[in-house]
Design a protein around this ligand. Structure first.
Ligand code: SAH
Length: 346
């Protein structure tokens, strides 16, 4: 079975002409899929009944079924547990900011990267998501909440640069002006530091924001929490980041989860500042979020402020990220494949 939602317009044209249809029908179908965003062939009223039946028989439209939906009582953040056509499950989160709605989407079922503080990889890696399955998270949430989602962060379950082709295709579909027409500038893509992926992304020269999950100022500390650092140590990663900012002119956002006693001293901050000196970047400090299988402790507010001050003294642009959805385990690093979702809920 073919997933229609994952096709670009030219691919849809090729597919439909192979079924004996005229090319313009592909544009109509594309509009139904990505502009009206219907999920049922019967709603595609300007397509012939015969074609609809043919599509029904040979194709499907990637979808996310809402298995569970949790709404934060503090800030209206919504966490979805979606199930996919093959029964696998993923999580997505929608956050409301002054400037609009942001969705945090997953790019894989599970994760291979094994960062020790993160819940996403605990149950292992299962498979990549199709472009249509990443899109369906956006479309389904927007439909369910009846809002326009204006921003996307690829910061849910999975490593986007480990599913490069599908992620790129998703980006192209979601920004298509005949479809959802989201601005590339409103998209952030986060990586734990898959260096070849950073170079490949650089070649695309996209206007999105690249986030790099750094979480440590040196290899010794980074190796304790991020196995990816064995393959691509900090120096290699920084070289790629510098090339990326130079080539794209885009600022990189470095994520730094503060873990008490692990990476949060003033010395660590000073070392981080040296590492990032002269670079077009921003540092996002995140008090580490709790994951029930792990016992990392978040840094105290005074420690965080002190860390921030040291960065500022070194003229490094930095902010502390606000935590949203803390009552529904919807924060960074808390999304997972699905087992045990909401188990802490009352
Ligand atoms: N694989 C990508 C995408 C995941 S983004 C990446 O690693 O960047 C999720 C972000 O949350 C990453 O920056 C990740 O390192 C961070 N994160 C993971 N677990 C966390 C935790 N327990 N507390 C705070 N941030 C965490």
């Amino acid at each position: 079975m073919t997933d229609l939602l994952s096709f670009s317009l030219p691919e849809l044209e090729a597919f439909l002409t192979s079924l004996g249809e005229k090319r313009f029908v592909a544009s109509q179908l594309f509009r139904w899929l990505h502009y009206q965003r219907v999920t049922d062939f019967d709603e595609m009223t300007n397509l012939s009944k015969q074609l609809r039946e043919k599509l029904q028989k040979n194709c499907y439209i990637s979808g996310c079924a809402i298995e569970k939906k949790l709404v934060s009582v503090y800030d209206s953040t919504v966490k979805y547990l979606f199930s996919l056509p093959d029964g696998e499950r993923i999580e997505s989160v929608v956050m409301q900011y002054k400037y609009g709605y942001t969705i945090c989407v997953s790019s894989q079922v599970g994760c291979k990267m094994g960062c020790t503080f993160c819940a996403s990889g605990i149950a292992g890696f299962v498979r990549n998501l199709l472009p249509g399955e990443i899109l369906a998270q956006v479309y389904t949430a927007a439909r369910d909440l009846d809002v326009r989602i204006s921003h996307i962060v690829m910061m849910g379950v999975g490593e986007p640069l480990d599913n490069f082709d599908n992620v790129l295709r998703f980006l192209s579909l979601v920004t298509d002006e005949n479809g959802y027409n989201l601005s590339m500038r409103n998209i952030s893509l986060s990586t734990c530091g898959v260096v070849p992926g950073i170079y490949r992304l650089m070649e695309e020269k996209l206007q999105l924001t690249l986030s790099v999950s750094l979480h440590a100022p040196n290899d010794e500390i980074r190796l304790r929490t991020m196995p990816v650092n064995k393959r691509w140590p900090i120096e290699t990663l920084m070289k790629a980041c510098r090339a990326y900012t130079k080539e794209t002119g885009r600022r990189i956002s470095f994520e730094y989860a503060l873990i008490s006693g692990v990476n949060d001293s003033d010395e660590n901050a000073a070392e981080l500042a040296m590492l990032l000196r002269g670079m077009l970047c921003h540092v996002n400090l995140i008090p580490v979020n709790s994951v029930k299988e792990r016992d990392y402790v978040r840094s105290q507010p005074a420690r965080i402020q002190s860390f921030l001050r040291v960065l500022e003294q070194h003229h490094i642009n930095a902010t502390v990220r606000r935590t949203l959805g803390s009552d529904i385990n919807a924060s960074c690093g808390q999304l997972r494949r699905g087992e045990g979702v909401g188990s802490n809920q009352t």
